[in-house]
Design a protein around this ligand. Structure first.
Ligand SMILES: Cc1cc2nc3c(=O)[nH]c(=O)nc-3n(C[C@H](O)[C@H](O)[C@H](O)COP(=O)(O)OP(=O)(O)OC[C@H]3O[C@@H](n4cnc5c(N)ncnc54)[C@H](O)[C@@H]3O)c2cc1C
Length: 281
């Protein structure tokens, strides 16, 4: 239908980004192609060492999924998006396609091995998440393509992660958010992925912060290691002043969130059950 209707047509998923834009007249499509009645587009499956999410899977379905809980970052992220009403409608595919710099999914999923499966008239293609989001509100889809599925590889045994956001209230986007994913061999950090949200045009991988943890024994002096990583993350953040806070305030948030998320990720990597809830002002 997108091919037939041309550039004036837009897909409608949960409508939680698109409908507000229509109300404000920032978007004015000639046609809406409603994905809500296409069966088989909402699912969560474990398959060959990966979890697969249909594009129309709602945030609430992921929040309540035992399978999604096996990768704690996914549960943390889904459970903290806005409020129940938004989570009941909004979809993982719509969120990634929207590529909102403040959106939670891209920031959480960029710390995992995530592939976005796309479908169009010329067939299917798989795009790694880091190549799918091109810029703020810009993705790699052609006009007549859609996201069909999001595939997340299961992290290796001994991994732990956490996704934390700081929000002024439940129903608003975060002021800053942080995702941390660690692969541990005993107490030694083998691999680290740290991503920062709402402090740049897209999620930022804080590579110097990751390097500050990689190869380190995190049982020796976790406090100092986490501070070193958090300070490197502060330097990687590129926030703007806006109604959610000054740039300096958001840099401070990044430092605090990175420290907390590392502490939770380490405990989860050891097999502890730790609730990682967002922080509300
Ligand atoms: C009050 C409020 C608070 C919110 N707070 C947060 C928050 O804290 N964190 C957060 O992450 N999000 C938040 N959101 C946004 C919410 O998560 C949206 O659900 C999400 O951004 C978009 O998903 P959707 O399914 O609603 O997409 P829609 O609004 O239907 O579509 C968004 C865009 O993606 C395109 N699209 C949709 N599905 C596909 C597909 N399968 N393939 C290709 N293109 C597609 C549409 O054409 C449109 O351009 C909030 C929304 C509201 C209204």
């Amino acid at each position: 239908m997108l091919g037939q209707l041309g550039g004036g047509a837009k897909l409608l998923a949960g409508g939680q980004s698109l409908i507000p834009l229509l109300k404000l007249r920032f978007a004015n499509p000639e046609h809406l192609v409603d994905l809500n009645f296409i069966s088989g587009t909402s699912f969560i499956k474990a398959d060959g060492g990966a979890l697969r999410f249909g594009a129309m899977t709602r945030h609430a379905e992921i929040e309540n999924s035992a399978l999604a809980r096996t990768i704690p970052v996914l549960h943390d992220c889904a459970a903290g998006i806005a409020d129940v009403q938004v989570r009941n409608r909004g979809t993982i595919g719509g969120s990634l396609a929207e590529a909102d710099p403040s959106g939670d999914w891209a920031n959480a999923l960029i710390t995992l091995d995530t592939t976005v499966h796309c479908l169009g008239p010329s067939g299917a293609r798989a795009i790694h998440l880091k190549d799918f989001i091109k810029d703020a509100y810009t993705n790699a889809l052609a006009h007549d393509e859609l996201v069909s599925e999001v595939e997340v590889k299961m992290p290796p045994k001994g991994s732990g992660g956490a996704y934390l956001a700081f929000k002024r209230s439940a129903s608003v986007y975060p002021s800053a958010s942080v995702a941390v994913q660690l692969s541990m061999a005993g107490d030694v950090c083998q691999e680290a992925a740290i991503a920062l949200g709402c402090v740049g045009l897209t999620a930022i991988r804080a590579t110097d912060a990751e390097a500050a943890l990689r190869g380190k024994n995190l049982s020796d002096n976790l406090h100092d290691q986490a501070i070193a990583a958090a300070e490197a993350a502060r330097a990687a953040a590129d926030p703007q002043d806006d109604m959610r806070g000054s740039a300096e305030y958001k840099r401070q948030l990044v430092v605090a969130l990175v420290k907390r998320a590392i502490a939770i990720a380490v405990r989860r990597a050891r097999g502890e059950q730790v609730d990682g809830t967002h922080l509300y002002a």
